[in-house]
Ligand binder design. Structure first.
Ligand code: GLA
Length: 378
């Protein structure tokens, strides 16, 4: 991809670029906990957005997206974001860097990626992180620290894309390390790398290839429920909530808000249980927690869908150790912790049964935990 991007860049802009990349992510456990000040357990994967970039000596940004075959130009002091969604991510990153008093000058870029879109693997976070990293390297001598690069991506989602997401995706995309998952405390932002290379198990992603575009931004609505309950409890985030606290206000809140908060309270404890289990090499417990997360996401948080519940059932039928919906929900992938000896059977059964029911096979991605944002030219 690097050579192809460099060639395309040189054909279009007639100078030599520097090439940067940032990664998509998986998350072992800890879903919808990031914006509640809880724990998450993501890692970067070997699927990336890559961009060839060079300053152009003007105050304009000129970007070509290879995958969409589309070109956008905007001025750095223009008030309005471009109409194309993909370009808004880049526009937002520029604005967020400038807002923080750092430098962005005019540049040219050509980018492409191999992160499946809509699969819940955070292609948008990878795009933001790739450009944030590139512009930090190119114009700021890397003066912006990596946490802030992740925040720049997150604020781009909030301020230019209408998604009030947490920090997990951008954090994993920027901070990922080969072979390591990261346990992140989203309140203190303390984090720890966990080697993840179980001898007898593999992580397998099954991409349902469905994405339910729902009106009313259901993601933001989940977040609002959590914030309402926290406010009612008089605490900053649900990180500080317990089930007895929640049960004490049950009659004052809607049933919907109650179940949303219940999921979050249970999920933050599951992340810690999974850490202990990993330390003890107890993958059966890790897997059990994953199934519990799926149940909670499906029934209490209501971010699953028929196809993902079906894939979860198939995993259970095949004796898969752990399985759950991954990411924000409403489509995308399940993440499965599978005994190596079962992988082939499971994948075949899941493909056959899914195709029989929904008319197409799920895509299968083996998980390779890899590095996050980086310069690939040097
Ligand atoms: C999306 C968001 C993340 C996180 C997950 C759910 O991926 O971008 O911040 O909330 O959903 O865990």
């Amino acid at each position: 991809m690097k050579e192809e991007l460099t060639r395309k860049f040189e054909e279009r802009f007639h100078t030599a670029p520097v090439v940067y990349a940032s990664a998509g992510r998986i998350n072992l456990i800890g879903e919808h906990t990031d914006y509640n000040g809880g724990f998450v357990f993501p890692g970067a994967i070997d699927k990336v957005i890559m961009a060839a970039v060079a300053p152009n000596g003007t105050d304009r940004v000129r970007v070509f997206s290879v995958d969409i075959n589309d070109y956008v130009e905007f001025g750095l002091d223009e008030a309005d974001a471009p109409a194309q969604q993909w370009a808004r991510y880049i526009f937002g990153v520029c604005r967020e860097i400038l807002k923080r008093g750092f430098t962005v000058k005019g540049f040219d870029a050509v980018f492409a990626g191999n992160i499946p879109l809509g699969a819940g693997l955070s292609s948008s976070a990878a795009l933001e992180s790739c450009f944030a990293f590139a512009l930090n390297d190119m114009f700021n001598n890397n003066a912006i620290d990596k946490f802030e690069l992740a925040r720049i991506g997150q604020c781009t989602e909030h301020n230019y894309c209408g998604v009030n997401c947490g920090i997990m995706d951008q954090f994993a995309s920027v901070m990922g390390k080969e072979g390591k998952l990261i346990r992140l405390d989203c309140r203190s932002m303390d984090y720890e790398y966990y080697p993840f290379a179980p001898e007898d198990y593999e992580l397998v992603l099954l991409d349902s290839r469905v994405k339910h575009e729902l009106v009313d931004s259901p993601y933001n609505k989940r977040r609002e429920s959590c914030e309402r309950v926290a406010a009612r409890l008089g605490i900053d985030t649900l990180r500080d909530a317990t089930m007895p606290m929640l049960n004490a206000i049950r009659s004052d809140i809607s049933a919907e808000d109650y179940f949303r908060a219940k999921f979050v309270i249970e999920e933050k404890d599951r992340v810690l249980a999974v850490c202990d289990a990993l330390n003890a090499g107890d993958y059966e417990t890790v897997g059990r927690m994953m199934y519990e997360t799926h149940r909670g996401l499906s029934q209490d948080y209501e971010v699953s869908c028929e196809e993902l519940d079906f894939l979860n059932d198939v995993a259970r039928d095949c004796g898969v150790t752990g399985s759950r919906i991954m990411g924000g929900g409403f489509g995308g992938c399940t993440i499965n912790l599978v005994k190596k000896s079962l992988v082939d059977d499971f994948v075949k059964t899941a493909k056959d049964r899914f195709k029989e029911k929904y008319g197409h096979e799920p895509n299968v991605y083996p998980v390779v935990i890899s590095d996050g944002a980086r310069c690939v030219s040097r």
